[in-house]
Write a protein that binds this ligand. Structure first.
Ligand SMILES: Nc1ncnc2c1ncn2[C@@H]1O[C@H](COP(=O)(O)OP(=O)(O)OP(=O)(O)O)[C@@H](O)[C@H]1O
Ligand SMILES: [Mg+2]
Length: 162
């Protein structure tokens, strides 16, 4: 089966994609974001957070490893493992356990922490496409199947929030 995908011709489209995903999120969901440097992963997370009502800044967690948000009804962790070195660092900080609790995890560069992260529910990949991007996604659990169905519905009718 061909993976579902969406054309994202500009930054606004990536933000809208994140906004379509936002109302689908439930406590405990794990969403892993793939794509090269500059692919638009942080932009997608910004779209999620804005749609949930976050009005503050959305910083890239490249240097901090994680940014933590309490927004809408959700406790959300935005990780970036690009510079990930010592797994003990974040195990000691208690972040490994957060993946098994009610926290929503949105993870950039999960492949850099392969072996220490639990499996994703939904994997989203962003690749360059002309001057824009193309997104594809793949569910890998019942949660992921729910997320993908909700995402598809919201992308089909972006003006009617669920
Ligand atoms: N669909 C799009 N079309 C064109 N530009 C986009 C699109 N989505 C995002 N961008 C732009 O791409 C740039 C990089 O985006 P972003 O920081 O989100 O990438 P990233 O995948 O998080 O990179 P990194 O791996 O370095 O964290 C930004 O300037 C953003 O505005
Ligand atoms: Mg980023």
């Amino acid at each position: 089966m061909v993976a579902p995908n969406a054309d994202l011709p500009d930054e606004a489209a990536t933000l809208a994609f994140g906004a379509a995903l936002a109302p689908c999120l439930e406590p405990g969901d794990r969403i892993y974001l793939f794509g090269d440097l500059g692919a638009g992963k942080t932009t997608l997370v910004r779209g999620v957070l804005r749609a949930l009502g976050w009005s503050g800044r959305v910083r890239s967690p490249t240097y901090t490893l994680v940014e933590v948000y309490e927004v809408s009804r959700l406790h959300l962790h935005h990780f970036d493992f690009y510079r990930f070195g010592d797994p003990r660092e974040w195990v000691d900080a208690g972040f490994r356990e957060s993946f098994d609790g009610p926290t929503v995890s949105l993870v950039e560069w999960p492949q850099k922490a392969a072996g220490t992260l639990p499996p994703a529910d939904l994997e989203i990949t962003l690749i360059p496409s002309g001057s824009g991007r193309s997104a594809s996604w793949r569910p890998s659990s019942p949660r992921g199947t729910r997320l993908a169905a909700c995402l598809a519905t919201n992308l089909a009718s972006p003006s009617s929030p669920s």
